[in-house]
Design a protein around this ligand. Structure first.
Ligand code: ZN
Length: 103
């Protein structure tokens, strides 16, 4: 996931791929650039993840609850990794802004 500062290098301001009404608060830069706004990230992305997980379930071999728990654990880990990475970035930016005052 790219931060919006990285996305500022894009030629256009990214728009949310889901609602197409709000500017993106986060972007994924891969083969295509995908932007999402915060409301859609909270409302739509979790549902999309659930659908993607369930559509891969082989009900004969594995129970839906087991699959959901396994993928939820992985998704939760990725979510908190992103929160931690952003917290570190915010702290770094704050320290750079206050570098002369801390000594
Ligand atoms: Zn949106």
């Amino acid at each position: 996931m790219a931060r919006m500062k990285d996305a500022e290098r894009l030629s256009e301001q990214p728009v949310c791929i889901f609602c197409r009404g709000r500017s993106a608060d986060a972007v994924w830069i891969g083969k295509q650039t995908v932007g999402v706004c915060q409301p859609c990230a909270i409302d739509i992305l979790p549902k999309l993840i659930g659908d993607a997980v369930c559509n891969r379930v082989n009900a004969d071999r594995e129970g839906l609850q087991d699959v959901a728990e396994r993928h939820w654990t992985a998704a939760k880990g990725n979510f908190f990794e992103s929160i931690f990475r952003n917290a570190c970035r915010i702290l770094d930016e704050w320290q750079q802004g206050h570098a002369g005052r801390l000594n």
